[in-house]
Design a protein around this ligand. Structure first.
Ligand SMILES: [Zn+2]
Length: 138
């Protein structure tokens, strides 16, 4: 292989890598900023999480409450959870929320909405690719 051929090959490899990178969603699931105060855990950046997910903060409170099996409420865009929970655990739950209830499983984009239908059915609707599928209600 000549140097010229080799350079062409390299160019192509880099071009492919760039394509892959731009195809992958550059969406980053935000980290939880929490602190334990007495017998409560406070997620201080609920507003950021909800904004990023494009969900009502109350929706996220409802999910966290259901997941952890304890009451959780919204106060001034902070999530107040009864009980002590480590940031790593909360991060895991929030990550799962995004993976299941925000990011479209067909096109992997986060431009979605949740729709509650009758009989406790919950649907994820993707504005990017038009997919609509049922997800587990919470
Ligand atoms: Zn989609």
């Amino acid at each position: 292989m000549s140097d010229e051929e080799y350079m062409k090959l390299l160019d192509r490899a880099f071009a492919n890598a760039r394509d892959l990178a731009s195809n992958a969603s550059d969406f980053v699931i935000p980290k939880v900023d929490s602190l334990i105060q007495g017998n409560k855990t406070i997620i201080r950046n609920l507003g950021v999480l909800a904004d990023k997910a494009r969900r009502d903060p109350k929706e996220m409170a409802r999910y966290i409450s259901r997941e952890l099996g304890v009451p959780a409420g919204v106060e001034e865009l902070r999530l107040i959870i009864s009980g002590k929970f480590q940031a790593a655990e909360l991060d895991m739950r929030i990550q799962r929320y995004f993976e299941t209830y925000v990011i479209c499983k067909e096109c992997h984009k986060p431009d979605t909405k949740l729709e509650r239908a009758g009989r406790g059915m919950l649907y994820l609707m993707c504005e990017a690719c038009g997919s609509r599928y049922g997800v587990k209600n919470y």
